[in-house]
Design a protein around this ligand. Structure first.
Ligand SMILES: *Cc1c(COP(=O)(O)O)cnc(C)c1O
Length: 398
């Protein structure tokens, strides 16, 4: 099936038993074959959740699945986490929470983002827990609760330093009193969010913890019936004092560990594709838009059908490497919207060969951290960029 390297681009059309090896995966959503895919190992995800459980002791675990579960697929990840026994789900928006309810997720779901007046009816209707972070929002919720004749399960957000949403510490006590007093509220939780928790021993983070604990102290004995939560991934890894009654974990459960902590975590996602074209290019030829790469000698160039239209960043042009036949090769020229080229020198490769953009192949590995270091961004941003054009394939190899 694998013929000699030709001078022209040849799309092989294999037949017989070996054909399965070069057929492209099918999107679970559409069943339409596509040449690139994101492979998600649910066993690794479950193992990561178990590692986090050990780290947090008796605290509840809220699995944060906002932004399509950091690019991994909202519903499949929530289903896996649900079976693995997480206590709560955290999402940013009402729309994400509704998606989970419609998919049959019955565990508590906390909508973390600020709510809007026209969302309150649905927050109630879909049995969601949501965030109240001002007296004004509390008033709006109270009116809706009376209309529906229900008690709303709410969490009060306190701003201890993030300056994003949340009531100021100074005004918190009065609002807590109201939320406890008014029968239309079931005050399930009080929480705050870290601004700097990915640095150990950070003074700002220590001050946030101190302020949050001081508030809990002031609330007195009634504080016992409320879930106090503060830690995100940084808090889980570096600030055990912040674990409290529940942690909200995103980053770590997808296998992105922070330096010098929880090294047992494994990256859940791999990004793979297949060579779509092969050609030989003469010396001193430019490659891709703008000819930002020039060949030094006659060389072999392959095309990979992934581009910035899939969320594979254009900033990777001429910088990131991929794995082909267990060897690293650098991207040659600009990443296009739907594809990019790789100069493989005198190495061998065939149309249909697997290309690993993130993950392992043979003894080599492309780590997400390489991308992070290269373009100086947060790993979450790279993960969130991968959009629905790339099918997600779920496995459980461990
Ligand atoms: C996104 C988010 C989290 C999860 O943060 P990670 O650092 O990825 O674990 C937790 N809490 C809130 C309020 C968030 O917005």
């Amino acid at each position: 099936m694998k013929g000699p390297i030709s001078q022209e681009g040849v799309f092989s059309t294999p037949t017989g038993p070996a054909a399965a090896a070069t057929s492209v995966p099918r999107s679970t959503a559409s069943e339409i074959p596509h040449p690139s895919w994101i492979e998600i190992d649910l066993q690794r995800f479950r193992d990561n959740l178990a590692v986090i459980r050990r780290q947090i002791g008796q605290s509840r675990l809220c699995c944060v699945v906002k932004a399509n579960a950091y690019g991994h697929g909202l519903v499949p990840m929530a289903q896996a986490a649900s079976v693995a026994g997480v206590d709560y789900f955290g999402v940013a928006h009402l729309s994400e929470a509704v998606c989970l309810r419609r998919a049959g997720i019955v565990k508590p779901i906390l909508v973390l983002g600020a709510i809007h007046e026209d969302q309150i009816d649905d927050l109630i209707r879909f049995d969601l827990e949501f965030t109240v972070s001002s007296a004004y929002k509390a008033q709006l919720v109270a009116e809706a609760a009376q209309r529906h004749a229900v008690r709303c399960r709410v969490h009060l957000e306190i701003d201890t330093g993030m300056r994003r949403t949340g009531v100021r510490v100074e005004s918190a006590l009065a609002l807590i009193d109201d939320l406890l007093k008014w029968s239309c509220f079931d005050l399930r939780g009080i929480y705050s969010h870290f601004a700097m928790s990915e640095t150990p021993n950070d003074p700002t983070t220590l001050r946030q913890i101190e302020q949050f604990l001081a508030l809990k102290e002031k609330v007195g004995p009634t504080a016992q019936s409320i879930i106090w939560h503060l830690a995100n991934s940084g808090g889980i890894a570096y600030y055990p004092d912040s674990h409290l009654d529940m942690v909200r974990v995103g980053l770590l459960c997808y296998g992105l560990s922070l330096p010098h902590s929880m090294s047992a975590l494994k990256l859940v996602l791999s990004l793979k594709s297949k060579i779509s074209y092969f050609k030989v290019v003469a010396a001193n030829e430019g490659i891709s838009y703008g000819h930002t790469y020039r060949t030094r000698a006659q060389t072999r160039v392959v095309t990979v059908p992934v581009g910035y239209g899939d969320g594979y960043r254009r900033d990777f042009s001429n910088k990131m490497s991929v794995l082909i036949r267990g060897q690293r090769h650098r991207i040659a020229g600009s990443v296009c919207m739907d594809q990019f080229m790789v100069d493989i020198g005198d190495k061998e490769a065939y149309v249909g060969d697997e290309v690993v953009l993130i993950g392992r192949q043979g003894n080599e590995e492309i780590q997400l951290s390489e991308m992070v270091d290269l373009i100086k961004t947060d790993p979450r941003e790279i993960l969130c960029h991968f959009n629905d054009r790339i099918p997600r394939i779920y496995t459980a190899h461990g």
